[in-house]
Ligand binder design. Structure first.
Ligand code: ZN
Length: 62
C-alpha cells in the first residue's frame, strides 16, 4: 500500500482525527490557486473536505 512515493507532497492532516489526509482531486484555477478535495486515510473516520492552495507572496524571482 505504498505505491505513491512522490516527494515534496504536501502533508495534510485530518482536522477530525489527526490522521494523514490524502488529496483526492485537485483543480488548477490559476498560477496562484489550486483547489481540491482531500480525504482522511483512516477508514473509520471517513472525513472529506475541500482545500485551497494559494500562493500568497513572492519571495524571490530569477
Ligand atoms: Zn480523519
Amino acid at each position: 500500500m505504498n505505491d505513491d512515493k512522490r516527494t515534496n507532497s504536501l502533508r495534510l492532516t485530518c482536522p477530525y482525527c489527526g490522521s494523514f489526509a490524502r488529496v483526492r482531486t485537485s483543480e488548477y484555477i490559476s498560477e496562484a490557486l489550486i483547489t481540491g478535495l482531500v480525504e482522511c486515510t483512516k477508514p473509520a473516520c471517513g472525513w472529506r473536505g475541500h482545500f485551497d492552495f494559494t500562493i500568497t507572496e513572492t519571495t524571490s524571482m530569477c
